[in-house]
Write a protein that binds this ligand. Structure first.
Ligand code: CP
Ligand code: NVA
Length: 303
């Protein structure tokens, strides 16, 4: 959709570049206190359905709704009837009668799509196995704060071709920055997201982290075993040896900033020295979840 209001936020790929840019601009305005201060979501309720753990997503959405004058409900999928087999579509129809929007963190992307198709309220993807769009938009906000632009930048993704990597691919496709991914064989990102991004911009899939980071402006990584992959953790630890972002790797970049969606496994995908070092922007990145998501709630819900 160009110019109009987007109905849902299920992936970066589904929004136009214009809409994404407006979201980033609004997030900057929210952070600067120029927008959202007059309780624009008074009387509105956001449902937050979680089938996986969360610190940042849960707290930033709840605080964001409160700061916008609305209310947020934490709904663990284990505690609502969804966890006992009530279908997604029945749940979506019922929650649509109570809530004004819903944020969902779950496993299958198809579940958030089904919720959006059968419910009659805006649906926000708060992380699936396939995507983490709120996080990558917050990351783009952090990158813009640092460089003033997303143009002519090289972003290096080190490690698993997971939900974060797929959302970075979608972001590169929309904004046109160069994206280099270094992943061990067998852990590539989603083939469709890779193909779409490769058609739109310069995307390189590598095996060697040094090659990806050389001359990069942003270096980013994530855990080796995502939520739901706990049983694979030991095998993954072996496969990802050599994919740790340390000071030697950062040194071949173009004085890059370091981003991590968090939680981090210090000593695995990143060293303490990089996490706590002068080029780390991880705490700003975490803070920006709040501002970006307030902008998203305004974009989807405000009158
Ligand atoms: N980055 C992120 O989504 O963190 P949580 O899992 O704590 O929500
Ligand atoms: N890739 C990680 C991100 C956590 C915010 C996961 O899905 O567990």
């Amino acid at each position: 959709m160009t110019g109009g209001r987007e109905a849902h936020f299920l992936s970066i790929a589904e929004w136009s570049r214009d809409s994404l840019e407006r979201l980033l601009d609004l997030a900057d305005a929210v952070k600067a206190g120029r927008s959202g201060a007059d309780r624009p979501l008074g009387g509105r309720t956001l449902g937050m359905v979680f089938a996986k753990s969360s610190t940042r997503t849960r707290v930033s959405f709840e605080v964001g709704m409160y700061q916008l004058g609305g209310h947020a409900l934490f709904l663990s999928s284990a505690d609502i009837q969804l966890g006992r087999g009530e279908t997604i579509s029945d749940t979506a129809r019922v929650l649509s009668r109570y809530l004004d929007a819903v944020m969902i963190r779950t496993f299958a992307q198809s579940d958030v799509v089904e919720f959006a198709e059968t419910g009659s309220l805006p649906v926000i993807n708060g992380l699936t196995d396939r995507y983490h769009p709120c996080q990558v938009m917050s990351d783009l906000m952090t990158v813009r704060e640092e460089f003033g632009t997303l143009e002519n930048l090289i972003v290096a993704w080190i490690g698993d071709g997971n939900n974060m990597a797929n959302s970075w691919l979608n972001a590169a496709a929309r904004f046109g920055f160069e994206l280099r991914l270094a992943s061990p064989e067998g852990y590539d990102p989603n083939a469709d997201d890779l193909e779409r991004a490769s058609e739109a911009t310069t995307v390189t899939l590598l095996r060697e982290p040094l090659e990806a980071v050389r001359g990069a402006h942003v270096v980013t990584t994530d855990v080796w075993a995502s939520m739901g992959q706990e049983e694979e953790a030991e095998r993954r630890r072996r496969a990802f040896r050599g994919y740790c972002v340390d000071s030697d790797l950062m040194a071949v970049s173009d004085d890059a900033i370091f981003l991590h969606c968090l939680p981090a496994h210090r000593g695995e995908e990143v060293t303490d020295e990089v996490m706590d070092g002068p080029r780390s922007r991880v705490w700003d990145e975490a803070e920006n979840r709040l501002h970006l998501q307030k902008a998203l709630l305004l974009a989807l819900m405000a009158d």
